[in-house]
Ligand binder design. Structure first.
Ligand SMILES: Nc1ncnc2c1ncn2[C@@H]1O[C@H](COP(=O)(O)OP(=O)(O)O)[C@@H](O)[C@H]1O
Ligand SMILES: [Mg+2]
Length: 276
């Protein structure tokens, strides 16, 4: 009897010590930032939401999965080698060997133009939708992994969606964006049905919002009336500092603290962490 109690006490102490040293382990969230239209704020959201979360002590990884590699350039990473393209093309290049720290906080898996070759080579590969998912297998040490995706519903985008738990959709407040959204939501439903049952739409982020234009407000209202998806209350306002920051290899949060852009992304991070 005494032995049992002793063993129980040891077990309890061991559990408590593990909890104190390692903390409660939360699952890593892998999130693709997606919109098949170019210039809707995907890369901007990946960087600035990522930095806002890193500033709150979260461990953030940004994966540049767009052949244009604007996320990589925007954070001042030059001549990266290896990149995610090498990891995709060659199973021997480990994802961890590409991890690049940044001054802004998040770590980056750099992209490169070679991703365009990856896209081509995928078309003849068996299991082509699963390559990124397989390469991310076993990745740990991050709270949030954001995948910045290309402006298309290509095999790269399908790979990103298949490898993710969630999607975030930055959407410009323009008439054509609403049409594009229907197509995007259909693709997400298809990926869910065929490949990744658990994929969730975490929310739509109204981006490049112009307070002075009635159109922005009207479109946001139409969107709210016509979609059952979550729309973030935080809108990302048009802000020239956001567009300037990448030339200085900075996020808007460190380039222009206190600007509308910095305030909006800090608010977005808060709302994102709070959940619905
Ligand atoms: N809220 C904003 N205000 C002003 N410029 C913005 C804003 N969001 C993005 N931009 C700029 O618009 C361009 C397109 O944004 P980007 O994030 O690269 O879009 P995507 O990745 O969807 O193609 C970039 O030059 C970016 O700096
Ligand atoms: Mg982009």
């Amino acid at each position: 009897m005494l032995l049992k109690q002793l063993l129980f006490a040891i077990f309890l102490l061991w559990g408590l010590q593990t909890l104190l040293t390692k903390g409660i382990k939360r699952p890593m969230r892998i999130i693709t930032i997606v919109n098949q239209k170019g210039g809707t704020g995907k890369t901007t959201t990946a960087i600035n939401l990522g930095v806002a979360l890193a500033n709150k002590g979260k461990r953030v990884l940004l994966i540049d999965f767009d052949p244009q590699a604007s996320l990589t350039y925007s954070l001042g990473i030059k001549d990266a080698n290896p990149t995610i393209a090498d990891v995709m093309l060659n199973g021997k290049t480990r994802l961890t060997s590409t991890l690049t720290p940044t001054q802004e906080g998040p770590q980056v898996v750099p992209g490169s133009l070679t991703l365009a070759d990856v896209e081509l080579s995928l078309s003849t590969k068996i299991g082509r939708e699963n390559i990124l998912k397989n390469r991310l297998d076993g990745l740990e040490g991050f709270d949030f992994v954001f995948i910045d995706s290309p402006p298309s519903l290509s095999m790269l985008t399908v790979n990103a969606l298949n490898a993710s738990h969630e999607v975030l959709i930055p959407l410009q407040m323009e008439i054509l964006s609403l049409q594009g959204l229907t197509q995007l939501l259909n693709t997400i439903v298809e990926v869910k049905e065929v490949l990744n049952k658990g994929l969730k739409i975490t929310g739509i982020i109204p981006s490049m919002y112009d307070n002075r234009r009635n159109l922005s407000r009207e479109i946001l209202q139409t969107l709210k009336a016509n979609t059952k998806e979550r729309i973030f209350n935080t809108v990302i306002r048009e802000c020239v500092k956001i567009a300037e920051a990448p030339s200085f290899a900075k996020s808007v949060l460190s380039y222009a603290p206190g600007s509308n852009g910095a305030v909006d992304f800090i608010d977005l991070a808060k709302e994102f962490l709070k959940g619905r």
